[in-house]
Design a protein around this ligand. Structure first.
Ligand SMILES: [Zn+2]
Length: 307
């Protein structure tokens, strides 16, 4: 085995020498051609140049053939490359005198970093700039692990969260059902003001529809109607604002809190038709009650009076 390795190293050295000879011949050829004939005025100079160039070209041809034959005889290494005596550098008892091993380590670390950064850069640059998700996926494995946690939680966790919220408010009832498998759909009845359907994905709110109290929550087939918008402009507006609130409260790290905050916000619509606008102090503006609620203070505002 050692003999085979030794001979392959010898072949490699010979091949590299041939390559070097070939390169110098090529350089020589271009040098001759670029310098041109020594005696420009006579035909003899031109002929000399031609003869010389032909000779070098013939050399190049010979060397190239030689190199091809030698390269054909080289076998790609199957084993990891043996570092040879450089591997023993770490055993040197006085690294102060010979810091080569540490320099090698630094070099290796540096190369690793270059490789790592270039991989990240490649995935960033090749991704579509308009897709934020593709960036976040490639950036770190931490974030990749976090997202499925919110989408894939045990049903009991969602049930307990919804029941907890249900007990807090006397005038708001939440009914949880799972018509589509694992993901919950919560039917909300708020006093005698409105009804809403809140669709969950895991523990994240995915979609909200708000309708009037007298509008049905179920469709013709008796299934929960997730999408049909309300016939009334007031509740269409509240639906838009509810989806904005859902996005505002959404924070992947604190999904429990974001769901609680959303339902607190939604509960403030119990007084939708009795609140006056915080800014203009009127019940109606453009024939609409105050359909906007501040996210933090829950103050009521008309759409046009929003701060
Ligand atoms: Zn107003």
């Amino acid at each position: 085995m050692a003999a085979a390795e030794g001979s392959s190293v010898e072949t490699l050295t010979t091949t590299l020498n041939t390559l070097r000879t070939l390169r110098s011949s090529v350089t020589l050829f271009f040098k001759i051609v670029s310098e041109g004939p020594k005696d420009e005025n006579s035909n003899e100079g031109e002929n000399n140049l031609q003869v010389e160039a032909m000779k070098v070209l013939a050399d190049i041809k010979t060397h190239l053939r030689e190199l091809e034959v030698q390269v054909g005889g080289l076998a790609p290494p199957t084993n990891p490359v043996n570092l040879g005596n450089t591997g023993l550098l770490s055993l040197d008892p006085s690294p102060d005198k010979l810091p080569l091993y540490y320099q090698l380590l630094d070099c290796y670390t540096w190369m690793e970093k270059v490789h790592c950064y270039s991989t990240i850069m490649y995935s960033l640059l090749s991704g579509n700039n308009l897709k934020r998700s593709s960036v976040s996926i490639s950036l770190s494995t931490k974030r990749r692990r976090q997202a499925p946690l919110n989408h894939n939680v045990p049903q009991q966790q969602v049930d307990m969260l919804i029941q907890g919220i249900n007990q807090v408010y006397q005038d708001m009832t939440l009914n949880i059902s799972r018509p589509f498998g694992n993901n919950a759909v919560v039917q909300v009845t708020l006093g005698r003001v409105l009804r809403a359907v809140v669709t969950f994905k895991g523990i994240l709110i995915e979609w909200v529809v708000v309708r009037a109290y007298n509008e049905p929550l179920l469709d013709d087939d008796g299934m929960v109607d997730l999408y049909t918008p309300s016939l009334y402009e007031v509740f269409q507006k509240v639906t838009d604002n509810a989806n904005a609130a859902m996005l505002n409260f959404c924070s992947p790290g604190f999904s429990d809190l974001s769901v609680r905050s959303f339902f607190t916000w939604l509960h403030s619509f119990a007084s939708l038709f009795t609140d006056v606008c915080k800014r203009c102090s009127n019940h109606l503006h453009n024939h609409m009650p105050p359909t906007w609620r501040e996210f933090r203070t829950l103050d009521a505002f008309h759409e046009e009076c929003k701060p």
